[in-house]
Design a binder for this molecule. Structure first.
Ligand code: 5AD
Ligand code: SF4
Length: 473
């Protein structure tokens, strides 16, 4: 048994990890053939992609996927710690699983993901949730087959969570959710240690994959007919810093663009590491999508400093305008936190005015949530929740107005859309534009999912656009 340890997570040595190739103990391959599994994923794209690996690992044991958890022999919750409500959702689901286990005593229940890396969560599971069979951390999830086998063959709760730096393992099997859009990890972890954020503790320090391994994965995706890759990392701009002297995110983007996959996206970018070279490369290659997620978090210099963000309102705006000027028709989205400890009305007004200035194309807005073990959780916080809720609402009004205004500008224009499917309610096709807007559209011809078509925009809404297909391949 290995338990998570905050002190170890905070002081871990960046160079202490190993680069390994995945291997599976052949004695357990297909050992559970015919059993069924259900994986519930919470949180970000990184977690969604981890779940694609988790599903493949379960399938090496012979498990088959089912769509409803009551039909499963094994239920795994791949959890998120970013805000308290992510915790609450996972614990709510554990409550439902407890009832299910009273009826089905053989049900195997497991927890993976960021919550598994939190000492307090693991303590709670050991104390109050004895029916959970196993807990596996983010750093060793590739050991899932062995840990599940141990959980099934022994009657003891298995807890295998490491807080030392996670090894970087190549060749972990994957079952991709989409046959035309794929996630590709390029860098794990984060070194920024923003004062509110738990990610550096749950995901570790920045560790880049080797460029050869990434390029090989993208080439394989192209051979398999994929149209779009999203390069993933908690901070993709830091790519390569830990590995190479003179090869970074700009170089990687250029090398991937030259492979000629139709669409390249990447997320998330910290404004700190966004280089001029990156901006130029994004502007130069039409297959790098002109859509950038650039979290600002706050428009107040005083709060940005307390958040440990390493930039000012002025330097963020300078970067923002440089991107807008260099990349034609770029869309920029952001994340904003309101109610950070010590945020006064005047700080919030700075955030509102920054949102007015930037006229974002999309924004994810949150109320600050204190995460145990982070520096911000120890700061005094006098602002009542009602005031924070009211600020969130005022901010949402400003950002929603800018989404609609930007969308209105597209009425009558033609945009390229990667067809994803038919929307359930509206009997219309849907897909995303190059600038990452959701487009619902009609077509006189039957379309195939995964093809890129041209759509004329007929009407704009706040979160989507309607249109009609004007050309397909
Ligand atoms: N409270 C509220 N929002 C948070 N985020 C990260 N940590 C917290 C927190 N403790 C938000 C940030 C980040 C996004 C992924 O989640 O805006 O960019
Ligand atoms: Fe949530 Fe962050 Fe973990 Fe993703 S990396 S699952 S957003 S805590």
């Amino acid at each position: 048994m290995h338990l998570p340890d905050y002190r170890e997570a905070r002081t871990r040595d960046k160079r202490s990890y190993q680069r390994l190739s995945f291997s599976l103990d052949s004695s357990i391959m297909n050992k559970y053939a015919g059993k069924k599994y259900f994986v519930k994923t919470y949180g970000c794209q990184m977690n969604e992609h981890d779940s694609e690996n988790i599903c493949a690992l379960l399938e090496t044991l012979g498990f088959l996927k089912v769509d409803d958890y009551p039909d499963a022999d094994l239920v795994l919750l791949n959890t998120c710690s970013i805000r308290e409500n992510a915790h609450n959702k996972a614990f709510g689901m554990l409550g439902r699983l407890k009832h299910l286990k009273q009826v089905n005593k053989d049900l195997i229940i497991g927890i993976s993901g960021c919550m598994a890396q939190e000492a307090s969560v693991v303590d709670q599971i050991m104390r109050d949730y004895p029916f959970v069979n196993f807990v596996i951390g983010t750093h060793n999830f590739y050991q899932l087959p062995e840990i599940i086998d141990q959980a099934i063959t022994s009657s003891k709760q298995q807890i295998e969570v490491y807080s030392r730096e996670g090894d970087l393992v190549e060749g972990v099997p994957v079952v991709r959710t989409s046959p035309f859009k794929a996630y590709v990890n390029i860098i794990y972890g984060c070194d920024k240690f923003c004062t509110y954020c738990i990610v550096p503790y749950t995901r570790g320090r920045e560790r880049s994959r080797k460029k050869e391994d990434i390029l090989e994965e993208v080439k394989e995706l192209i051979r398999d007919g994929y149209q779009e890759v999203t390069l993933l990392g908690q901070n993709v701009n830091a790519y390569g810093k830990d590995l190479y002297d003179d090869y970074g995110m700009g170089d990687l983007l250029e090398d991937i663009a030259k492979l000629e996959i139709p669409r390249i996206r990447f997320m998330t970018s910290h404004p700190w590491d966004f280089t001029d070279k990156m901006i130029q490369i994004i502007g130069k290659y039409p297959n790098i999508m002109p859509s950038i997620h650039l979290p600002v978090q706050s428009g107040s210099n005083r709060i940005l400093k307390r958040m440990g963000r390493r930039y000012t309102r002025e330097s963020y705006l300078e970067l923002f305008h440089k991107i807008k000027e260099t990349v034609p028709n770029v869309s920029i989205s952001t994340d904003i936190i309101v109610g950070f400890p010590g945020e006064e009305e005047e700080d919030f007004l700075e955030t509102l005015s920054l949102a007015e200035t930037c006229q974002y194309d999309n924004a994810f807005t949150f109320i600050f949530s204190a995460r145990e073990g982070t520096p911000a959780a120890k700061l005094e916080d006098h602002t009542p929740l009602e005031v924070k809720e009211e600020r969130l609402q005022r901010l949402n009004e400003v950002v929603n107005a800018s989404f609609l205004k930007n969308h209105k500008k597209l009425e009558g224009c033609r945009v390229k859309v990667l067809v994803e499917g038919i929307s359930e309610k509206k009997d219309m096709y849907f897909g995303y534009s190059e600038t990452n807007q959701l487009i619902n559209f009609t077509s006189n011809q039957e379309l195939t999912c995964g093809e890129i078509v041209e759509v004329e925009i007929t009407s704009a809404k706040t979160w989507s656009l309607d249109g009609k297909c004007v050309s397909s391949n």
